[in-house]
Ligand binder design. Structure first.
Ligand SMILES: N[C@@H](CCC(=O)N[C@@H](CS)C(=O)NCC(=O)O)C(=O)O
Length: 205
């Protein structure tokens, strides 16, 4: 039987969240690791916007947003109950992450592309979100409660990127609960699994 096909990029945080959900759901799928500079024609044909992740189901349905892929995967099987969370609270955190925080992250990571401000300015913008997460993590182990939810899984890959821009700064920053939470995800068997390396997919012509 044909498997779902995931076009992915190992280091992309959107692709990471999609792979986390697919693995957690124990869905079998084919990973096609792409080069962002040389995207496969089939990917562009099924999803002309040209971002990853994209999941093509055996019935040819195409899911071209990471959150839709997570939702689809966990609707198949959700052994850890990641969807058992208040939808509104989940959306609240993810929308800040994917909006203002991602914007600050891009600028903090590549300040040379955004010379209007200093790198520190962009870091401080991102820290508003770090502080909000730190505050909720002082109250419970995960973002919404003592159980992990889709919000944690969707967000930690972006915090990982932010932390990695200046690992020394992050290690000494005022966000100890956030660091512990992030480390928990980075050390999880699931994360190790989804970060396995695949050779770049070569399309047969
Ligand atoms: N809203 C999309 C965003 C995906 C996205 O922006 N992915 C980046 C890689 S992290 C990408 O494919 N960019 C296109 C490119 O670099 O050519 C989603 O949630 O899946």
């Amino acid at each position: 039987m044909a498997l779902p096909i995931l076009y992915s990029y190992r280091r992309c945080p959107y692709a990471m969240r999609a792979r986390m959900a697919l693995w957690a759901a124990q869905v079998q799928f084919e990973v096609r690791e792409v080069s962002l500079r040389d995207k496969p024609a089939h990917l562009l044909q099924i999803s002309p916007k040209g971002t990853v992740p994209v999941l093509q189901l055996p019935d040819d349905t195409v899911l071209e947003q990471s959150l839709d892929i997570m939702q689809w995967a966990l609707a198949q099987h959700d052994p850890q109950g990641w969807l058992h969370a208040d939808r509104e609270a989940v959306n609240h955190f993810i929308s800040i992450n994917d909006g203002d925080f991602k914007k600050a992250l891009d600028r903090y990571k590549y300040p040379e592309r955004y010379p209007e401000q200093q790198q520190l300015f962009y870091r401080q913008q991102g820290e508003q979100f770090l502080q909000a997460l730190e505050t909720v993590l002082q109250q419970h182990r995960f973002l919404l409660s003592d159980s992990a939810s889709v919000a944690d899984v969707a967000i930690f890959p972006f915090i990982r990127q932010f932390a990695a821009v200046d690992a020394e700064w992050f290690a000494g920053s005022a966000y100890p609960q956030l660091r512990a939470w992030l480390n928990g995800w980075l050390e999880s068997a699931l994360f190790v699994q989804i970060m396995r390396k695949f050779p770049t997919y070569i399309e047969s012509t």
